[in-house]
Structures are given as C-alpha cells and as structure tokens.
Design a protein around this ligand. Structure first.
Ligand SMILES: NC(=O)c1ccc[n+]([C@@H]2O[C@H](COP(=O)([O-])OP(=O)(O)OC[C@H]3O[C@@H](n4cnc5c(N)ncnc54)[C@H](OP(=O)(O)O)[C@@H]3O)[C@@H](O)[C@H]2O)c1
Length: 197
C-alpha cells in the first residue's frame, strides 16, 4: 500500500487532521505540542494550501487558537467559519465569520465560499455531526508516531453504531492498514532484576 495520491481541489468536504496513533487530534487542554518533531512528506502542506478554499471549525478550537493567520503555518489565506451557539461573545478577527446555524447550513456556506476548492473541517464535534448527515466526503488523516493516552478524540460517539469506511487509493478499499512501530524510549529494567540479585 502506498501513500494516498496528493489531495485535489474539488469542492469536497474534508475532515482533515493530524492524529496520534491512538486516535487523538489534540491532547488534554487542547495541547498540540505532540506534533513537534513529526515530519511530513515533502510538499504536503503546500498541497493543502493549494486545494483548500475555506475552513470550518468549532468554537473550542477557535477560542484556544484564535489566530486566522496560523492555518498551515500562515501559508494559507481564506475564509474561516466558526460554528458557535453564542457568536455575540466571540472575539472578531479579519476573515473569520461566526455562524450560529445547523452543520448542514454551515457546510453550504463554507462550500460556497470555497469557490470550487475544498472545505476543511477542523473540528471533531462538527465532523461527527456531518458524518451523521452524510456530508463528509473524505476523512483525511496524517497519523503521527505517538501515543497520547488522553485528549480530544477524532471520533467520540459513545453508543454509536460502527461507521464503515472505504480507504481511498490503490488496492482493496476494505483492507486493514498495516503499520509497525518501535518505542523510542529504552527499557527501564532495574539492575538488580537483570543481575538476578
Ligand atoms: N490535529 C489537528 O490536525 C487539528 C486540526 C484542527 C483542530 N484541532 C484541534 O481540535 C480541537 C477542537 O475540538 P473540539 O471538538 O474540542 O471543539 P470544537 O469542535 O472546536 O468546538 C466545539 C464547539 O463548537 C460549537 N459547535 C459545534 N457544533 C455546533 C453546532 N451544530 N451549532 C453551533 N455550534 C456548534 C459549540 O460551541 P459553543 O459552545 O460556543 O456553542 C461547541 O461547544 C482543538 O484542540 C484543536 O486544536 C486539531
């Protein structure tokens, strides 16, 4: 199995994240320091800068990172929509529109603003709602070689039924993805156990 083909701009709704191997897209308290030191394939960020027309996020993510110029390290510029039930107390920012509407309406507005490019959904909670509505075209993930153990999950939906997916790319779309990792920390075996004392 090879890496997926580069992303294309096609008016798609992408649920797009860097995710830990154990399924978290942010650590506790929205920490993102775990992505430091993780490398990506060359040109990956440029790919998304070119193909993204608009971004849809949630209020928690915005309140923790209220900086529209930080998307793709500042390389992307475009309309950002933030969904919230109380837009009146949000801090305004250039290029950011606070929406208080249903997720389907937010997607309609975001796709129109994206002008034929993709709408990127940067929110686990909104993505979950859109999946239920059948409005996610692709789940686009970059899996970082790290285990977090706690934080904000990509998909947190206790009691839900499994959502079946088809992998995009070559080969059998129902196939598992095989990965193999080694911990980078060395064993901490007490010396007395090693010597048998
Ligand atoms: N790893 C990555 O690549 C990556 C990328 C992007 C973001 N993230 C992380 O994702 C995290 C954000 O996730 P989150 O799930 O905690 O929060 P979130 O999705 O950013 O925000 C949730 C909030 O959005 C509002 N909202 C959601 N659905 C709504 C609806 N239908 N109508 C009106 N408002 C709605 C509500 O705000 P109100 O309470 O105001 O109503 C809700 O409390 C952040 O930590 C961010 O850093 C990670």
């Amino acid at each position: 199995m090879s890496d997926p083909e580069p992303q294309t701009a096609g008016g798609k709704v992408l649920w797009h994240f860097t995710m830990s191997l154990d399924g978290f897209v942010a650590g506790p308290n929205h920490e993102m320091d775990w992505v430091t030191g993780v490398s990506s394939r060359p040109g990956l960020a440029e790919e998304y800068v070119k193909t993204t027309g608009a971004v849809l996020g949630g209020r928690n993510g915005w309140d923790h990172f209220p900086d529209p110029s930080s998307v793709y390290g500042g390389a992307w510029n475009g309309p950002i929509f933030v969904l919230t039930h109380h837009p009146e107390d949000a801090t305004p920012a250039d290029g950011v529109t606070f929406l208080n509407c249903g997720p389907a309406e937010a997607v309609r507005i975001g796709l129109e603003a994206a002008g034929g490019k993709n709408l990127e959904v940067f929110s686990p909670t909104i993505g979950r709602q859109l999946l239920e509505l059948g409005l996610i075209d692709e789940i686009d993930l970059h899996i970082a070689p790290v285990l977090l153990g706690e934080g904000i999950r990509l998909y947190d939906n206790p009691g839900s039924v499994p959502i079946r997916l088809h992998r995009v790319g070559d080969g059998d779309p129902t196939s598992v993805v095989n990965v193999r990792y080694r911990p980078t920390t060395t064993a901490k075996i007490p010396t007395e156990s090693v010597s048998g004392a």
